[in-house]
Design a binder for this molecule. Structure first.
Ligand SMILES: Nc1ncnc2c1ncn2[C@@H]1O[C@H](COP(=O)(O)OP(=O)(O)OP(=O)(O)O)[C@@H](O)[C@H]1O
Length: 397
């Protein structure tokens, strides 16, 4: 066995005088060498407790943690050869950037020390050369080339986390444990840093476990995502696996699926046809989960009643648009899915249209940026099959 093996791990904390909280409730998980796995779940589901148990910072109430087939349960934290990185980076304020990274180099494991811990020079970017060159290479790796002499007090939050990452990678840990490393940053910075974090982990072939409550971050950084809830693992899979085949409603909700409809309901038939067209036929009895964008406002097929679909330039799209023609939806083509507009917001170069669809309820449809739709108007909707998933019949997760 290579990589990390977590078996039936239980972590408990005292709660009150007699009670205990079971924060991790029998979790098993393997992480292959060079693989990045994200632990994803809502606040309090036990992600950090599991990570801390792997690190050796929390005692196990049951189960075991092994690396490369050897149990580490009796190995103290600093002898496990695991690196840790936290939300706030915890840089040394009195050292400059280079000094912080060099501190990580000082802790580098040497080849052959301890079982499975040593890896000789393997062509990684900072494996050779003197210490200053290694620091420079690490700073280049995290996109901070030339930052060495900067006092850390002068860095932005994102830059600090990049330094913390360089420092954490410097000793070439056989496993890097990252606890919400980006969550103190604002969203756009987080998105950019997530991409860079993955690039740095892949370039250094670092085996890593990342804790996050942010689905986008988990999907951007990890090869596989482990969804946790109430101390248990609900599903582990690649981002594509999870997105297309959530194990159940709780996983789907956590990934951002916002509406659910039994496949046999009338309202589900257009969705079912769209899945059939993609070769993703769904059997009777399943439930369809709809993510944002499962419907797209279909301007070409018309809008009716008290509103109209207008493109950004003001041109009326769709010949069937009428104002005030009695009866909501009167002018929308037969056979089209119809939705009553509840409101429109613009985000990231597109419009998100909250629409109420008969038999399904309120969902978020997409439309071109600048589209003007009055609340109460009825729009035709087409289905985007990629944003629809079928939940298995027995999916309890
Ligand atoms: N030191 C502790 N003492 C007592 N209870 C704790 C302790 N640490 C965590 N817990 C409890 O264990 C459960 C899991 O907490 P944990 O921090 O592992 O969750 P999490 O998923 O990482 O949450 P968050 O995303 O909010 O950090 C929670 O109910 C929490 O209150």
């Amino acid at each position: 066995m290579t990589g990390l093996q977590v078996r039936d791990v239980v972590v408990r904390y005292p709660a009150g005088r007699r009670d205990v909280t079971t924060a991790v409730d029998g979790v098993s998980l393997d992480v292959a060498p060079g693989e990045v796995v994200a632990l994803l779940g809502p606040s309090g589901c036990g992600k950090s407790s599991l990570l801390r148990a792997v690190a050796g910072l929390e005692p196990l109430a049951a189960g075991s943690v092994a690396f490369d087939g050897e149990p580490v349960d009796d190995v103290p934290v600093h002898r496990r050869g695991f690196g840790l990185m936290f939300q706030d980076g915890q840089l040394f304020a009195h050292r400059d950037v280079a000094g912080n990274v060099a501190y990580g180099l000082a802790g580098r494991r040497t080849a052959g020390r301890g079982s499975g811990q040593g890896r000789g020079d393997d062509g990684r970017p900072w494996a050779a050369g003197d210490r200053a060159a290694q620091v420079d290479a690490l700073l280049d790796l995290v996109g901070l080339g030339g930052y060495g002499p900067r006092p850390v007090a002068t860095l932005s939050g994102g830059e600090r986390q990049r330094v913390a990452l360089a420092r954490a990678l410097a000793p070439r840990p056989r496993l890097l444990l990252l606890d919400e490393p980006l969550s103190a940053l604002d969203r756009s910075l987080r998105e950019r840093l997530a991409v860079d974090l993955r690039a740095a982990l892949v370039a250094t072939r670092t085996t890593a476990v990342l804790v996050t409550h942010d689905q986008d971050e988990a999907f951007a950084v990890a090869d596989r995502v482990a969804v946790m809830d109430r101390g248990r693992l609900l599903q582990v899979g690649t981002p594509a696996d999870l997105w297309h085949r959530p194990a159940g409603r709780r996983v789907a909700e956590f990934l951002g699926y916002e509406a659910f409809v039994p496949v046999d309901a009338d309202a589900a038939q257009p969705l079912r046809r769209a899945l059939d067209d993609r070769g993703r036929g769904v059997g009777a009895g399943a439930v369809l989960a709809l993510a944002e964008g499962a419907f797209v406002v279909d301007a070409a097929r018309g809008a009716g009643a008290r509103g109209s679909v207008r493109a950004a330039g003001g041109a009326v799209a769709g010949a069937a648009e009428v104002a005030g023609a009695g009866g909501v939806g009167a002018q929308v083509e037969d056979g089209a899915v119809k939705g009553t507009v509840l409101g429109v917001t613009s985000r990231r170069g597109r419009s998100e249209v909250r629409v109420d669809v008969d038999g399904i309820g309120a969902v978020t449809a997409l439309a071109p940026v600048g589209v003007r739709l009055d609340p109460g108007s009825v729009v035709a909707l087409s289905v985007e099959a990629d944003a629809v998933a079928a939940l298995p019949l027995d999916g309890t997760a």
